[in-house]
Design a protein around this ligand. Structure first.
Ligand code: S3P
Length: 181
């Protein structure tokens, strides 16, 4: 399958850049969080509060399994925690090429400091949480990615250009990295 899959920590730009990428590639977009919200008829915050994170993680895997039966190519933006399950990483590679939008904790914090929609970042010390989670998840994202794009300090158009190129990259021989500008 030839989907273009965007992974990365919350706030790295998967949804915003992904949407622009769909216009460039003339394909449509699937966002795993939105897919789950539509199927569950609840917001992510409600799912976390009422059913717990573990149930949400099962829903993510179920979503990926369902996507393997979809026709056509899409830009697929996945929730920040989704690649952490080994089973999900296998499914991602079945679905297509995986692009990691890599951002520093400081960049994420600036973008998400007033956000109320991410249950994992509510409460005290969001910066501490972001740092700890990126330290844990970063190596997994890197391992999972066919292409890595550093987002810090780059303008939107540059990122979009890199993304279009990355979307066409064939991950046959080695990992491709677009470093800091
Ligand atoms: C999560 C990221 C969120 C959403 C949920 C959990 C995570 O998606 O799936 O709040 O564990 O990083 P985004 O990365 O799209 O914000």
């Amino acid at each position: 399958m030839n989907h273009v899959i965007l992974i990365g920590y919350m706030g790295c730009g998967k949804t915003t850049l992904g949407r622009k990428l769909t216009y460039k590639l003339r394909i449509s977009m699937i966002d795993t969080d939105k897919w789950i919200e539509q199927h569950q008829k609840k917001t992510i915050s409600e799912i976390f509060a009422e059913e717990g994170e573990e149930s949400f993680r099962w829903m993510e895997t179920e979503c990926l399994k369902r996507l393997t039966t979809e026709r056509g190519d899409h830009v697929i933006s996945v929730g920040g925690g989704l690649p952490m399950r080994p089973e999900n990483r296998v499914l991602l590679h079945t679905l297509g090429r995986v692009i990691y939008l890599r951002a520093k904790p400081e960049t994420i914090y600036e973008r998400l400091k007033d956000d109320t929609t991410r249950p994992l970042l509510q409460g005290d010390d969001p910066m501490g949480k972001i740092r700890a989670m990126i330290a844990e998840r970063g190596p997994v994202y890197e391992e999972c990615a066919d292409v890595i794009i550093d987002v810090d300090g780059k303008d939107f158009d540059t990122l979009l250009e890199e993304l279009v190129e990355a979307a066409q990259y064939r991950p046959i021989f080695r990992k491709q990295t677009y470093r800091k500008s």
